[in-house]
Design a protein around this ligand. Structure first.
Ligand code: UT7
Length: 344
């Protein structure tokens, strides 16, 4: 029997951010910081915070609804769900199963990816592998973060607290038959062309949240709370340098192995951690300013959700259109990094 070839197509993308905007000035009332410092060092002007009680899966539901509506399907039409988050509703289980139940999806496989800011990259690469192997036909990929409650909004945590926000994005990823060539950079066949993923665990404690965790005697203790280990911590300068180096490395490897030049990319969707990181990466790659989509100014760093939110807004604004050659690009805690090349 002849083997049927399939390709992986993003059928729909959606996003959701909480309505409550928190400005830099508001944060400066809680800690020793300023609007000028935050804008100059990061580009962030405001971010969204959920109201108390809103969970990561609650925030994801409208994003999923938007993605499904744009794809013309229902969540129940998916045969797998992949969650990507560093801020799940529970320490375990992950958001995949919680969403499976909330969406009434039937007993489909549900898994969570723990790749932090690279969640979309790893999630899309994983979905692509499941689809091309024939193990799944239509996958819901959900990237959602409720990070505002874990930030230390005092002077002690000011380097982290000003950076992060809450948000969610979702993708409907589908298997489609491939009659001729698979999607490639040099043809117009829609679909995921290639993915690159990398990691370096020597950086695990340079951007991390320690407690609760098995490294803490007793998993969680009052001492861990008192030491501030329940809040994320980072060596900002080291992370910054690694982010630029790894993102440039990954993008160049992707361009080279697919035989394309930066000018052939219609749009780059980078992770939103710092406008200065994205500007340095853009300059080093030699990509025109109008080919890079940024929205960190409005939302801060929403970790796994940044790229799907960018994708969804780029579609809405007519900047991401069918046939475009798109590069996603991320670096984050782990360390993890990577990129996907997609014919949209
Ligand atoms: O999403 C995962 C990946 N995350 C990232 O890629 C983030 C990477 N890192 C960064 O974006 C930047 O390193 C930061 C935005 C976190 C910090 O910017 P920076 O230009 O690297 O500043 P710095 O850490 O070198 O600190 C400069 C000064 C320090 O004071 P001293 O030591 O020079 O007196 C900090 O204490 O700024 C101080 N500072 C602040 N000042 C006002 C740190 N946080 C704040 C703050 N407001 N919120």
């Amino acid at each position: 029997m002849e083997k049927t070839t399939v390709r992986t197509v993003v059928r729909g993308v959606g996003h959701n951010v909480p309505p409550r905007s928190v400005t830099n000035v508001e944060l400066s009332k809680l800690m020793d910081t300023s609007d000028e410092w935050i804008i100059e060092r990061t580009g962030i002007r405001e971010r969204r915070f959920v109201e108390a009680g809103t969970t990561t899966t609650d925030l994801a539901l409208p994003a999923i609804e938007m993605a499904c509506q744009r794809a013309g399907i229902k969540p129940q039409d998916c045969d797998m769900i992949i969650g990507a988050t560093l801020s799940p509703d529970f320490f375990f289980p992950g958001i995949g199963t919680v969403l499976q139940h909330k969406l009434g999806m039937g007993h489909v496989p549900a898994l969570d990816i723990r790749a932090q800011c690279s969640g979309l990259i790893y999630g899309l690469a994983t979905a692509d592998a499941y689809i091309r192997s024939g193990m799944a036909k239509r996958i819901l990929l959900v990237c959602s973060e409720v990070q505002s409650p874990i930030l230390d909004k005092t002077n002690r945590g000011r380097d982290m607290a000003v950076l992060f926000g809450d948000g969610a994005g979702a993708l409907v990823i589908e298997s489609q038959p491939c009659a001729g060539e698979p999607p490639r950079a040099n043809n117009q066949v829609r679909g995921v062309i290639d993915s690159i993923m990398g990691s370096d665990g020597s950086g695990a404690q340079l951007l991390f949240l320690k407690a609760p965790g098995s490294i803490v005697p007793g998993f969680m203790t009052q001492a861990a709370v008192d030491a501030g280990d329940i809040h994320p911590k980072m060596d900002g300068r080291v992370v910054f340098k690694n982010a630029v180096t790894r993102m440039v490395e990954a993008a160049n490897a992707m361009l080279e192995r697919n035989g394309i030049s930066p000018s052939q990319l219609d749009l780059v969707l980078p992770h939103q951690a710092n406008l200065r990181i994205n500007e340095a990466v853009r300059e080093k790659l030699g990509i025109a300013e109008d080919r890079v989509f940024n929205n960190i100014q409005k939302y801060g760093n929403t970790t796994a959700a940044t790229i799907p939110i960018c994708m969804s807004e780029a579609v809405e604004q007519g900047k991401l259109k069918e046939g475009h050659l798109v590069l996603t690009l991320a670096f984050g805690a782990g360390f993890t990094w990577g990129c996907n090349l997609i014919r949209w």
